[in-house]
Design a protein around this ligand. Structure first.
Ligand SMILES: Cc1cc2nc3c(=O)[nH]c(=O)nc-3n(C[C@H](O)[C@H](O)[C@H](O)COP(=O)(O)OP(=O)(O)OC[C@H]3O[C@@H](n4cnc5c(N)ncnc54)[C@H](O)[C@@H]3O)c2cc1C
Length: 264
């Protein structure tokens, strides 16, 4: 029993493979373990990025680069089915969106297909549609002689106003006292579901974790020992186990490492 490294044999009762995933390769986790496990006969569930920023089709994200949103509700949809919805923080980048809400949403995308998934940002989650409409009426009253473009400064971050107007289909040059009730309601509905189209994940090198890895069907859950090759143990992100943000991935690494350590 043991290891062969560059032709040199090392005897050992047990060997633990804990090389991590392939996210953030600068940390040393370059995915070597998948090949080693495969050569030992194990099945590798294809590694994919998870907890990863999302590339967005709408070019307006680039215009809002650096803008972060707090206390917004982000929803992820597959068609009409909502896969994820949470209140929190996110930010716009040159490629699309990132930040805690987006990373969490990314792990609810089962398989990436460009344009299949959409995001909706509720920019005013604390207001019902009726309350938001009253708020719009108040602001439009206050700025009644201004254009829509110049009447949203109390409602939206400055950097977001051009994108909101473009994506809502409203005319930014219209005077707010000329906006019809139907237009105002439609704009309110837009602010409750600011729509973005997901084009893809950012590369796995930018993902916080790698999902996929050594199939857990081939590993004893109590001892972390290979069911195929006695004496070979696994721990951590190399395994096909992944979780949400919040320390759960470190917990997986600690718990599987402990279980393996106790059994070797
Ligand atoms: C930026 C960032 C933030 C994160 N934040 C959190 C968080 O807040 N909470 C959370 O739960 N998780 C977080 N994670 C994920 C968490 O860090 C990992 O899930 C966890 O570290 C996995 O532990 P591991 O021991 O399996 O692998 P790793 O920590 O990746 O360790 C694997 C080790 O194996 C070494 N190695 C790889 N290949 C070889 C080889 N061929 N020969 C020798 N050595 C090799 C690597 O150099 C590395 O030291 C974060 C990850 C990143 C990148």
């Amino acid at each position: 029993r043991g290891l062969l490294v560059d032709g040199a044999a090392y005897e050992a009762e047990s060997v633990l493979l804990a090389t991590g995933g392939m996210s953030y390769p600068a940390t040393g986790s370059t995915g070597d373990g998948y090949g080693i496990a495969r050569r030992a006969g194990h099945t590798i569930v294809p590694p994919e990025p998870s907890l990863v920023p999302l590339v967005i089709r709408e070019k307006q994200c680039r215009d809002m680069m650096g803008l972060s949103l707090r206390n917004v509700t982000l929803s992820l949809y597959d068609g009409k089915t909502c896969l994820f919805q949470e209140l929190g923080e996110m930010l716009f980048t040159h490629f699309g969106v990132s930040g805690p809400l987006v990373l969490s949403a990314s792990c609810h995308i089962p398989q990436m297909e460009p344009d299949r998934y959409t995001l909706g940002i509720d920019l005013k989650p604390g207001l019902t549609p009726e309350q938001l409409d009253l708020r719009l009426q108040r602001d439009f009253q206050l700025f009644q002689n201004r254009t829509l473009f110049n009447a949203l400064s109390k409602l939206l971050p400055k950097g977001m106003i051009p994108a909101a107007i473009q994506l809502s289909g409203m005319d930014g040059n219209i005077r707010v006292n000329q906006i019809t009730k139907a237009q105002r309601l439609a704009f309110g509905a837009f602010l409750k579901a600011f729509p973005l189209t997901v084009q893809g994940f950012r590369p796995i090198s930018e993902a916080i974790i790698t999902r996929g890895g050594v199939s857990v069907k081939e590993v004893s859950p109590k001892t972390m020992e290979s069911k195929l090759l006695p004496g070979l143990f696994f721990a951590g992100e190399l395994l096909d186990v992944d979780a949400y943000t919040g320390g759960f991935n470190l917990q997986i690494a600690f718990a599987t490492g402990y279980a393996a350590g106790c059994s070797m």
